[in-house]
Structure formats: C-alpha cells, structure tokens
Design a protein around this ligand. Structure first.
Ligand code: HEC
Ligand code: HEC
Length: 384
C-alpha cells in the first residue's frame, strides 16, 4: 500500500504550512489537478484531504485510502491479502475491504415482503448495520482493527494537530471544532460529501461508453453480456442488474442491494482467524454470519449485501472473506458449486441460495466470455 503515491499529498502540505490562510485563498491558489479534484466543492475537497491523511490513525500511517484506494476501484490496493491489517500491526479486520466507488447510490437499509418472505435491502457495510454514509464515515477511525483511535477526543486532537481547523471554520463557521460531538458531525459530513462526489462515481467504463453508443463491445464481450443477462445461463443480472434502473433512472450499478448466501467457502488464509482472543474469541472456528448476526435472525445467517461489479478487475480478492483470487474462479464457482467436489463446504451452510446458482452448465468458453464482459466495467476507459 505504501508504494502507491498519495495523490493528495500536495493539499495536505498546504494545510500544514499555511493554516492561517483562509480556505478560499487556498482553493483559489490551486493549480488544476490532474486527478480532476478541482471540480470538487470545498467540502468535498476537505473530505478528500481527510480521506487520504495517514496522520489521523493511531499509530499514524493509515488512512481511508489505505484500504479504499482510487487506483483499485476504492478497494484495498494489495490484491494478495484477504482482509486488511489495521494501523496496529498484527491486528486484522474480519472482512475483505470492499470497493466503495458508487457508494452514493446505496439506499438506506429497509425491508420489503416478496412471496411471503422478508427481503432486506441496502444499508452500509456488508451486513447493512450502518444506517447512513455519514454515520459510517468516522467508524473506521475509531475501530481498533482499522485506524485505531481510542475515542473521538483522540481523533479530534489529531484533526486539529494536522491543521484542519481553519478549513472547518471556513465551511461551518468560527470555532467549528470546539464541541467534540458537533466536530464529529462536521468531520463525517465532509468525508461523506467526498464519498458522494463525482470522483467516486465517474461512470466512464467501456460498458458506459457502449451504452452511450460511443464504442462497440468485442464479440466475446457481447457474448459475455448476453450470458450475464440470460436467466437460463449466467443469470447474473438477477442480482447484479446491467441495465438502467427504471424506478430511479440511475445507470446500471450491478447490484440490487439485496442480501444472499452464495455458499462461499470459509477462507483459511483470512488472518482475522489468528487475531488475539480479545478481537476474535472463536479463533479458527470463527464463521461470519453477516446479516444474520446484525439482525440476530438465523434465517439471514450467511447473507451478505450484493456488491457492485464496477471496477471488479481491480478489486481482487473476491467475496466477503477474500476466498477467491481471480474472476475466473468466481464464475467457475457460480457454475459448478454443486457439481464439482473441489469446492470446500460453505462457510455458513444455512440459507444457501440453490435456486439461482451452483449448476449453471456453462462451457469453458462461456465462462471466459462472462469474465471478458466483467473486464469492460473498469472506469477510465478511453474511446479509441
Ligand atoms: C483497515 C482497512 C480499512 C480502513 C482503514 C477503512 N476501511 Fe472502510 N471498510 C473496510 C472493510 C473491511 C469494510 C467492510 C466492513 C464490514 O462490512 O463490516 C469497509 C466498509 C466501508 C464502507 C461501506 C461499504 C458498503 O458497501 O457499505 C464505507 C463507506 C467505508 N468503508 C468507508 C471508509 C472510510 C470513509 C474510511 C476512513 C475514515 C475507511 N473506510 C477506512 C476496510 C477499511
Ligand atoms: C442470487 C444473487 C446473485 C447472483 C444470481 C449472482 N451474484 Fe454475484 N454476488 C452476490 C452476492 C450476495 C455476492 C457477495 C457474496 C459474499 O461476499 O459472500 C456476490 C459477489 C460477486 C462477486 C465478487 C464481488 C466482490 O467485490 O468481491 C463477483 C465477481 C460476482 N458476484 C459476479 C457474479 C457473476 C458473474 C454472476 C453470474 C454468473 C453472479 N455474480 C450472480 C449475489 C449474486
């Protein structure tokens, strides 16, 4: 993670050096940034500075971007590890750091009744336990397995020591960080404003260019798209919609924000299993119940929120526990979970979805075509 340059370094240095100057002067003095951040509002810019600032963890050295890096679809930059190490060395989180690109479109946690069954939709984290993006924003800073600040007062001290007070005062009025509780609201506000900015939702993949009629998909990519959509083939679009959402008018986000247990095997390489007992009392017997644990409802055990597939080639490893390392392996799993005994048992054997996946009868070429299609979902595509 350290090998990746922090694209916002220059903005941090500005804050340290000229904290006495007003934010408006600061913003006016910026030369156009190659990353397009000049189109951000002052609040989004401040949120971005915090998002990339490694001085805000305890010990120092980790920022949000350490686990949600822009060059990796805002997922963890190290594709070799299942779950991330926190600011404190040797302590690991229990889940694979997800892509938070397009997070803006996540609906609030809610339920509907479909065919007599309760269906849960939306919410933040892989189990939906956080209600709003703003409420989520400072949680990682206080998580002992992530950025490790002991409490909000330690965090606030760091934000002030890093020279952000003038920028906050400029946005929210004088003494904006004086009251700890209100300061936390301001901090989470600017971070979530950045997460909601265009920078995290560019919609500029090859597939978007194709939808806009600006480029053609290759034969193999087209075949992959067909298989992805076909109910009697991949049936992927049943949970990862590939068309414009008619009710919201949003471009395809490749998730319907519902929850499912795919029967994903547990991952023995998840370092969380070896965490000290105070952070993982169950040791290697730990199993992640996902939504079921949050709702304390066994019928939801093993279910996780359907993730977006945008930028999926950049965000390996895959699934909540990072058990799969390649896209081919993922599609192979959907295809042969129930027919090939090479797959280990499900991490949670209850509530496994056997209706829509497990035996898709796809040929090798069809699996490859779906993977080729998934590769068209990476942002930053240049039309030839
Ligand atoms: C050590 C790695 C790590 C750091 C640092 C980190 N995150 Fe995360 N983030 C994760 C993991 C792992 C999850 C999934 C956790 C879960 O589902 O319980 C996650 C989930 C999220 C989500 C919810 C995604 C969804 O689909 O609902 C958002 C938003 C988010 N992080 C934003 C942030 C912000 C903002 C920061 C900095 C303040 C941050 N993260 C710092 C690892 C990290
Ligand atoms: C029944 C709903 C459903 C269907 C159908 C479905 N998926 Fe998924 N998909 C999910 C859920 C839920 C997850 C997350 C599961 C987890 O982490 O345990 C997921 C995860 C993934 C991931 C990993 C994403 C990540 O960020 O780790 C990929 C890739 C993927 N699906 C591709 C596909 C493809 C390709 C198909 C069709 C062959 C498909 N999915 C069909 C629900 C579905």
């Amino acid at each position: 993670m350290n090998s990746l340059m922090n694209p916002n370094f220059s903005i941090h240095s500005f804050f340290i050096v000229i904290t006495a100057l007003s934010l408006s002067f600061l913003l006016a003095s910026c030369t156009p940034a190659a990353d397009g951040s000049n189109s951000l509002s002052s609040s989004e810019k401040l949120g971005k500075a915090l998002f990339f600032d490694t001085r805000l963890s305890s010990p120092e050295g980790q920022s949000c971007a350490s686990c949600h890096h822009p060059e990796r679809g805002f997922a963890h930059p190290d594709t070799k590890i299942a779950t991330a190490e926190g600011a404190v060395k040797g302590l690991f989180g229990n889940r694979n750091s997800p892509s938070i690109a397009y997070i803006k479109y996540t609906p609030a946690f809610h339920k509907t009744i479909e065919d007599g069954d309760t269906l849960y939709i939306g919410g933040f984290f892989l189990d939906g336990r956080e209600k709003t993006l703003q409420a989520q924003a400072i949680k990682p800073m206080l998580n002992p397995l992530e950025m490790g600040n002991k409490n909000t007062s330690e965090l606030l001290k760091k934000v002030i020591a890093a020279g952000y007070q003038p920028a906050f005062d400029q946005l929210f009025g004088a003494a904006s960080l004086n009251n700890e509780k209100i300061a936390m609201q301001h901090i989470s506000q600017v971070i979530s404003d950045y997460e909601n900015s265009k920078e995290l939702s560019p919609f500029n993949s090859k597939y978007d260019a194709h939808l806009a009629g600006k480029t053609q998909l290759s034969k193999q990519e087209q075949q992959g798209l067909k298989l992805f959509n076909a109910e009697d083939k991949g049936n992927c679009a049943a949970c990862h919609p590939s068309k414009i959402d008619e009710s919201t008018g949003f471009p395809p986000l490749f998730t319907d924000y519902t929850y499912d247990n795919l029967g994903v095997p547990s991952n023995p390489d998840n370092h969380f299993l070896n965490n000290p007992a105070i952070h993982n009392p169950e040791g290697i017997a730990y199993r992640d119940k996902g939504l079921g644990d949050f709702l304390k409802d066994e019928k939801q055990n093993g279910k996780f929120k359907v993730p977006t597939l945008r930028n999926i080639t950049l965000t390996a490893p895959y699934m909540h526990n990072g058990v799969f390392t390649t896209l081919k392996e993922v599609v192979d799993f959907y295809n042969t979970r129930d027919t090939d005994n090479k797959w280990a048992d499900a991490e949670i054997s209850e509530n496994v979805n056997t209706d829509e996946l497990g035996d898709l009868k796809l040929s090798d070429d069809e699996v490859d075509a779906i993977v080729a299609f998934l590769k068209t979902l990476t942002d930053g595509y240049q039309t030839p």
